[in-house]
Write a protein that binds this ligand. Structure first.
Ligand code: SUG
Length: 444
């Protein structure tokens, strides 16, 4: 049976904006207050998805969430009509409205952790939506994420869904952004590498910025997915990387099949980590591409998102392909690094640069924008909804964006009831396009 990696990209939402909400995320902080262009952002994202589809990859999309979150506004004690709640909330706290109106759901690498059926005790693909407890604006995502995932991957013989972890920041879980999987072929049993920022019950004095993921959260996910203990590795992210702005491990490392591409400063003890991966992947020719800080300073890696590229196996192509943000080509060290990679006789043979600038300015590169999942032909046949792209669906989505999205949103626009109405109208139509049913609170 054929297996493939499917990338589900988050569609940039109609309220995409730069509110500077993420402490420890350098791009989010430095672009605070700038004018965002949601239409351009959504089209850039669809362009990336189209590019991957054009390469022969199977490509899906995940919908934006309903923003402002009426559920969150009600939880803050606001009552009345949607417009009345928004008006009262805006008067009480524009910062609160910015948080409940964030379009951060576009970064679907944070939506969930997924373990494919080849790795799990019951032979089903397991999903745990990430609680994203570290940042309030993201902590409100998981209920809708869970609904979306259950609609696309129906619970049953093939797919198993878990609740997001309880326990607040002690059990902080950021999903696939801190999770890598190594394998030979996608359908073969693999090894999961969980990367955490801190222990749940320890004071991490070495961290300036939040260590969003805890070891205990990673272990809980591995346990409830039924991963074999010998096939799950747990490693702490280098505090220096977090303090330099790598708030998720996917800012400094990316894996695909037997290849691990990462920065020397991503982990405290890379030699030991490579040995551990090799031992657990016995029989597979693991290839490590460790980029020394002397070649690419950590600051350049964080600024350009070199490692937040997608490392993909393009069907029929010898060697792997990096899908990189355009920013990588604008900095000498990262540009030269990619040129050398492609010219060397190593496992990466192609590099494609794409423009995802609207997302990058909030700290989200190509890899942040996608949730990947290894699926068999039978899994594909069991999918619900219509979220796997084809030419027709791409054209429909592009027209939908053109019809509904603004080309200019600033944080001071977020209290505008017209923006809310426009967004809900767009999402209502989107649920019909993607055949998702009533997944949003405003539709219940
Ligand atoms: O959680 N930015 C996101 C970026 C997430 C990137 N994802 C991965 N690395 N996988 C975050 O920090 C910024 C929102 C704002 O400032 O308006 C934001 O949420």
């Amino acid at each position: 049976m054929a297996w493939r990696e499917v990338n589900f990209d988050g569609i940039v939402g109609p309220t995409h904006n730069y509110a500077g909400l993420s402490y420890g995320n350098v791009a989010s902080a430095s672009n605070k207050g700038h004018i965002a262009n949601p239409r351009e952002g959504a089209l850039q994202g669809l362009e990336k998805a189209t590019h991957l589809m054009g390469l022969g990859m199977t490509q899906g999309v995940l919908p934006p969430h309903d923003r402002p979150s009426l559920r969150a506004l009600r939880a803050h004690g606001f009552t009345g009509s949607d417009a009345a709640m928004l008006a009262k909330a805006w008067e009480a706290s524009p910062a609160l409205v910015a948080n409940v109106t964030s379009s951060a759901t576009m970064w679907t690498a944070n939506a969930a952790t997924i373990s494919p059926s080849a790795d799990t005790a019951d032979g089903r693909t397991h999903f745990t939506p990430a609680n994203l407890a570290a940042m309030y604006h993201r902590s409100i995502e998981w209920p809708v994420t869970a609904r979306v995932l259950k609609t696309i991957f129906p619970e049953g013989d093939r797919f198993a869904h878990h609740e997001a972890l309880e326990g607040g920041t002690h059990m902080g879980d950021e999903g696939a952004a801190n999770h890598n999987r190594f394998c030979a072929d996608y359908g073969d049993a693999g090894v999961a590498l969980f990367v955490y920022g801190r222990g749940a019950f320890e004071k991490a004095d070495d961290l300036v910025y939040p260590g969003r993921q805890t070891l205990e959260a990673s272990r809980a996910v591995a346990r409830q997915h039924g991963l074999k203990p010998a096939k799950a590795l747990f490693v702490r992210q280098n505090p220096a990387a977090i303090n330099a702005g790598a708030f998720h491990n996917d800012v400094v490392a990316v894996a695909n099949q037997n290849v691990f591409f990462y920065h020397e400063d991503a982990f405290l003890h890379p030699d030991q980590l490579e040995r551990d991966i090799k031992d657990t992947m016995a029989g597979v020719d693991m290839r490590f591409i460790r980029v020394p800080r002397a070649r690419v300073p950590l600051a350049d890696a964080v600024k350009t998102y070199l490692f937040n590229s997608q490392l993909v196996s393009v069907p029929g192509r010898e060697g792997m392909t990096l899908i990189l943000p355009g920013e990588v080509a604008e900095v000498a060290s990262t540009k030269a690094c990619v040129e050398d990679l492609v010219e060397s006789a190593g496992p990466i043979t192609h590099a494609d640069y794409l423009d995802v600038r609207q997302s990058m300015r909030n700290g989200g590169g190509p890899a942040c924008l996608r949730l990947r999942i290894a699926l068999s032909d039978d899994d594909m046949a069991a999918l619900g909804a219509r979220t796997v792209l084809d030419e027709g669906l791409i054209a429909t989505l592009q027209a939908w964006v053109q019809k509904h999205y603004r080309d200019r949103v600033m944080p001071e626009d977020l209290g505008d009831p017209a923006l809310m109405v426009e967004g809900f109208t767009a999402l209502d139509e989107l649920t019909r396009i993607l055949q998702l049913g009533s997944i949003y609170d405003f539709q219940q």
